[in-house]
Design a protein around this ligand. Sequence first.
Ligand SMILES: [Zn+2]
Length: 225
Amino acid sequence: MIVIKFKKAVVALILSVIFVFLVVGVPAIVSASSPAPEFVVVLDAGHGGIDGGVVGVNSGICERELNMIITYKVKALLEKRGIGVALTRDSGTGVETTITKKQEDMRQRKEKIIKAAPDLVVSIHQNKFSSPNRRGAQAFFWADKTLADSLQAALNEKINMPNQRREYSALKGDYYILQCTDYPSALVECGFLSSPLDEALLITDEYQNKIAECICTGIINYLMA
Ligand SMILES: [Zn+2]
């Protein structure tokens, strides 16, 4: 009787192991097919709220909005490649409309970066210069230039060479967003809203897509290196 009871206990144990595998194990297998993204990128759309940034010389477009449009395009491209994306602000009612003090806004962006613990940070801006002839897309860095170099190479190939037959080098830039954490960070000035030629391109969907593709390429080349 003891032997039979023992055998029954073994069978019950095996059945319960199978049961646990079926109930708990199967969902585990299903979730394994959609794992957490291997890479996470923080995209920072420059300015926002009362801080509109620079203004288009002819169209009057606000840098704040253009940065957001391009940021969303980069986000979509990265997510298509399976890369996780966190934003420091969105076009809804978050940081953009409730935070009116610049310092507080920047502190919140820093907190969002730290919370995301990303592989890298890219901040997206539009440039301005006293001369309307200054044009082009340029990347900036603070601590390490590797990411900015990767972004600059993509921008030179698809934006600066075709438009101006010239290349730019990534430059050291004294920006808070590049200094507020130790994550690899770069800032992209997509073009000059003070240049009528750059502005005319920057407000088109086609050119915004091109810029977004360059930023995506620069990020992926950096992550894969
Ligand atoms: Zn800016």
